[in-house]
Design a protein around this ligand. Sequence first.
Ligand code: FAD
Ligand code: NAG
Length: 372
Amino acid sequence: MAEREDTLVFIVGAGPSGLAISACLARKSILFVIVEKEDCCGSLWKKRTYDRCHLHLAKEFCSLPFMPHSPETKKYMPKDDFIRYIDDYVSHFNIRPRYGHSVECAHFNEDEGKWYIEVKTNNMLPSSNNIVTKVFTSTFLVIATGENGKGFIPDIPGLKDFKGDVIHSNQYKSGLQYAGKQVLVVGCGNSGMEISYDLSNHEVNTFIVIRSPLHVVTRDMVWVGMHLLKYLSVSAVDFLIKLASYIKYGDLSKYGIHRPKNGPFSFKALRGRSPALPAISRINGTRVVFKDQVEYHFDAIIFATGYRSTACEWLKDYDFILDENGFPKNPFPRHWKGKNKLYCAGLSRMGLHGVSSDAIAIADDIHYLLQN
Ligand SMILES: Cc1cc2nc3c(=O)[nH]c(=O)nc-3n(C[C@H](O)[C@H](O)[C@H](O)COP(=O)(O)OP(=O)(O)OC[C@H]3O[C@@H](n4cnc5c(N)ncnc54)[C@H](O)[C@@H]3O)c2cc1C
Ligand SMILES: *[C@@H]1O[C@H](CO)[C@@H](O)[C@H](O)[C@H]1NC(C)=O
């Protein structure tokens, strides 16, 4: 028989979202258990980001509830500073995630009105690899497993026979190991752009695939835009930021970069997660053949083609709150609340700012339900 434990609130994942909810619940003295499959909190930041990674949003949009960044913190925090902030947050609110606890399955029991959560635990003593299954039951269940659960690599004919290295951007650390090589970066979101820049600083012959139109803006333009959104409409902000980009970069179409019709802020809302289909038609040995039939040799390919949510893999009753892609079904701003006391935090595609507001809303809702 598996060991059993009952709790009021059960939180899956000790990234920024799970920690933010924990802090909000602790302040209201609401009992909870938080589990994390890795051996540390903030594992995305500690284990799956590249060395030169900085937060691409300014610090005022990247804090968790009840603990603003100090005035000395850099405007765009290096990842190590952000990791230190997460560790300080955990100790400040005395959060005790249960590490090495991976949720394998969760479902709602209608008769009891409770969530049943199956967890694989390993006791993490290096000498043993005791894997034990434990069952938790809870009244409330909070999904905090993130938008970046697993790296997505598109299916390209010939890719599995590619003779060079293939990695996802979440495995990339630095350009050092690629010095003197010819490397293809697929995808041109923040990660793709930053990795390309890092590679070119390491004497790597870097190519980047740009599949569709995109906006080129500086992070300060985004910063100004985010503040302006408090006062102006999205279309007004888009107009100003497009103008700023044009003044700074001029016409980029000679480099094959075209601006989309929608402005940068509505662009993000609309195209947040369209499937990445790079303009590669196939791969043959170490040669990549592009849609226009041009082909080049590459030593390595780095896919910065985004991530997939993994919540639907373990949550059997995901349709109480999520669609089949693992993202909220309900529109903003009530996206965080589902049926049968099921909640999700950090899945609204609004970065740490969204994480923080989801956490506050969820804790307030749980508090309200317990009072009434
Ligand atoms: C390269 C990169 C740069 C980014 N830069 C920024 C930025 O500048 N500003 C910004 O606002 N956002 C940024 N983000 C977005 C980022 O997703 C958020 O900042 C934040 O990490 C989200 O927190 P989260 O807790 O929702 O998810 P995560 O940080 O992904 O945490 C989820 C946790 O759940 C755990 N977990 C998953 N499945 C299970 C399971 N079955 N059982 C137990 N535990 C599980 C994972 O191990 C992980 O620790 C960036 C993301 C990436 C990848
Ligand atoms: C792959 O490349 C080799 C030469 O390197 C060529 O002989 C072969 O026809 C190519 N295969 C395809 C499917 O294009």
